[in-house]
Design a protein around this ligand. Sequence first.
Ligand code: TNX
Length: 531
Amino acid sequence: MSGKFNSNCIFSTLCLFLGVILIFNFIGCADNNEPAVKETPKLDNYILPKPLSYKKGEGEFSLSKDTIIYVKGNNKEETEEIYKIGKYFKDKIKTSTDFELIIDKSLGEMNNSITLTTVNGEKNLGDEGYKLSVTEKGIEIVAYTPEGIFRGIQSLRQLLPVEIESRDVVENHHWNIPFVEIEDKPEYEYRGIMIDVARHFFPVEDIKKQIDLVAQYKINKLHLHLSDDQGWRLEIKKWPDLTNIGSKSEVGGGKGGYYTQEDFKEIVKYAADRYIEVIPEFDMPGHTNAALASYGFLNADGKKKEHYTGIDIGFSSLMCRDEKTYEFIEDIIREVSEISPSKYIHIGGDEADSTSKEDYKYFMGRVSKIVEKHGKVPIGWDPADTSEDISSNFILQNWSGSNKSARETNLKMIISIAKKSYLDMKYHEDIKLGLKWAGYISIIKGYDWDPTNYAPKELILGIEAPLWSETLRNQEDMDYMIYPRVLGYAEIGWTPKEGRNTGEYIQRMKENAKRLELQGVNYYKDPSLWK
Ligand code: TNX
C-alpha cells in the first residue's frame, strides 16, 4: 500500500517537474531563444526585399560604357521626372564603373540600352510597382508612375555584381546582369523608419546618408521625432526660444542643435528625390520638457523648467486645460504644415504619465483637430486611440501591442511593436549600444514576425522601425543599430507574408551586407550568422 502510494507520488512529482520544464521551455522559445531557421537551397537572386515574381532566363546582359539610358514619360513633365531617376542611376554606378552613360529623352530602339518608361505602364501595378526585364537587347523598367521606376532601379542595382557599390573605380570588371523577368509591387503602402533627433541631434548630412541607404531597400517614409524632453529640433519662427533655448541640450549634456526651416526643406527635398516622404513629429503632451524650458507661460507656475539631459520618461506635461497651450501648438502646426508636404503630422501622445487620463484624451482630440484644420492627417502613438475626441481619420502608431480601441473604431494603424521593431533594442546582451527594456532583438527575431500578428490586415497601413537615440551619438552608432536589421523590416513591409522565409532572408541579407560594407556602413556582423 505504502509502496503503491510512493510510486504514484514519485510519478506525479515527475510529471509536474517535466510539465514545469516544458512550460519554461515554451516561454523561452517564445521570447528569448532564436527561432529555428531551416537551411534553404542557394537562391537564384538576392534582391531584397524579395520581389513578387522572378523568372530567370538563360544568359546575361553586359553593361558597357556605350549603354544608353532612354527615358520617356506620358508627358513632358513625367519625362523630366524619369530623366532625374536615370541621372540618379547613372551617378550611382559612375564611381565603380567609370562609365559616363548618355541619357536620351526618347524611346530609342532597344539595343545595348536601359529603357525607363511609364509609357504602357499598367495601373494594376500601383504607384510603386514595376516590371523589369533583362534580355540580350538590354534592360527595360516599365511602371505606372516614375515612383515605380525608382523602386525598380533599386532591384536593378542589386542585380548588378556587388562591386557596383564600390567607392573606387573597379578596373576590368564585367558588369553582367542575368536575363530575367520581374513583376513586383509592395504589400503595404507605408514602410518607414523613424529617427529620434531629439535625444541626440544628428546633422542634415547624417540624415541624408540614412535616406540614401534605406532608399535602396524601398523604404518610403522617414519619420523624424523632432521634440522630446531633451531637445527641440526645428526652428519655429513665431516662438524662437524653442531653438534659442530648447534646442541647446541633449542626453548626456552635449550641445544639441536644431534644423532651420531651410534645413528641414533640404531634408524633405533630398528624401522626395528618393521617393521618401518625411513625416514630422512633435511629441505631446508628455515628452515636452524642452518646450517647457523655453517658455515660462507653458508652465503652471509661469517659470521655465531646467534643461533635461537624462533618459527618464513620463515627468513632463503641457497644461491641457489652458488655451495658451493650444494657441502655441496651433502656431507650430501652422508653420510646419507650410513647409512639410507630407499629408501627415505626428503629434506623439506616448507615455504621458504626468497627464491625467481625462486631460490626455481631451488634449489628443483638440490637437488632432488643429492638425486637421491645417489640412493634415494626425498620427499618434498608442494610447491615443483611447481618446473619444479623435476623428476616424486618425492613424494609430502601435508600439505597445495594445490597440483595442483602434480595432473597435476601425482606425488605420502603423505597426511598430517595440519588442519586434525597435531599432534601438540591443541585438543581444553583450552589445554596448542600445537599450533592452523591450528585450533583445537579434537580426532573425527582427525579421521573424508579421504585422498581422498584431492587427487585422485591413486596418494595417504598414510598418515602421523606430530608432530612439538615448544611447546613440553619431552616424556610426546609428548604422550599427539600423543595419542590417532594417533590411528585415523593409522586406516585411514589401513582400507578402506567404512569400517570406527566414532561411532565404538570411541569404539575401548576407549578400546585401557585402554592399553595405562597400558603402562604408558600420553594420552589425552577427557572429552566429557569419560563421
Ligand atoms: C519608449 S515607445 C519611448 C521613447 C523611448 C524609447 C526607448 C515610445 C513611443 N516611447 O520615449 O525613447 O522607448 O526605447
